[in-house]
Write a protein that binds this ligand. Structure first.
Ligand code: APR
Length: 247
């Protein structure tokens, strides 16, 4: 494993442009459950019933009560782990230009990463379904669900529900990074949800090296140049240490 980590670190150090694509797995060690696999949210809740925009429109109180309140409480307690801090350190050393994250927990920014593309939006802010007035999370009261705007409209988080489009700017910038990068570090994603799962394929087609960090094989593993099997915290920390020899 160490030889693979050293070789992957050399690729990252030599890359003119390296980006990371992260998924729920990078935040598992911060206490946030993944969506799929052991302990996954979708093992307990049906995503089409609780995470689809049509379901939210029909039953906002149910979606808030069952999913969004749990998510808000969990995210409120979560802190960045060694993997988030490691990616921020790579950016500081100039060997990671951006993090494209599918996560809505804001932990990359909390760890110090500056170029973060939130592909599925963020729980950090909300807006009204009627008047579209923005509402920062800290200002909304979750005692009564669903939370409502002063106009009476239902408040929703600025996340991308199933059935919604990825924000145009996030989609375009992520695709551009995927086309232009020499290396993409894929950490903690099952690579099952499009269009995020296509980004490593685009990078590969444009000549980039794909480095995967995951304790399990995924749909990307056969595509990857380096498959670093293990938990994100330990593997990313070892990558950062191995970079010392190449920078
Ligand atoms: N370190 C690294 N990877 C881990 C760890 C860990 N400690 N623990 C679990 N994993 C891996 C799992 O093996 C799995 O491959 O993280 C991945 C989590 O996969 P998902 O739960 O499917 O999360 P993700 O890929 O981010 O899902 C994509 O699906 O439901 C939507 O919007 C949601 O953004 C999410 C999208």
């Amino acid at each position: 494993m160490q030889t693979s980590i050293d070789a992957a670190a050399r690729v990252l150090a030599r890359a003119n442009m390296a980006v990371a694509l992260t998924g729920a797995g990078i935040s598992v060690e911060s206490g946030i459950p993944p969506f799929r696999g052991k302990g996954g949210l979708w093992e307990r809740f049906d995503p089409m019933t609780y995470a689809h925009i049509d379901a939210f429109r029909r039953h906002p109180e149910k979606v808030w009560t069952v999913l969004l309140k749990v998510l808000s409480d969990t995210l409120g307690k979560a802190r960045p782990n060694a993997a988030h801090r490691g990616l921020a350190e790579m950016e500081r050393r100039g060997c990671l230009q951006a993090v494209i994250t599918q996560n809505v927990d804001g932990l990359h920014q909390d760890a110090g990463s500056r170029e973060v593309i939130e592909f599925h939006g963020s729980m950090a802010s909300h807006h009204c379904m009627d008047c579209h007035q923005a509402a920062p999370s800290a200002t909304i009261d979750l005692a009564d669900l669903p939370p409502r705007c002063d106009c009476g409209g239902v408040l929703r988080p600025d996340i991308v529900f199933f059935g919604e489009a990825i924000p145009t700017a996030a989609l375009q910038r992520s695709a551009q990074f995927a086309r232009m990068c020499d290396a993409i570090l894929v950490v903690g994603t099952s690579a099952t949800v499009e269009p995020a799962a296509t980004l490593p394929r685009i990078a590969k087609q444009h000549g980039a090296s794909v480095i995967e960090v995951n304790p399990e094989p995924t749909y990307l593993t056969t595509l990857s140049d380096f498959s670093l099997m293990g938990a994100a915290g330990a593997i990313v920390s070892r990558l950062v240490t191995a970079l010392d020899a190449h920078l």
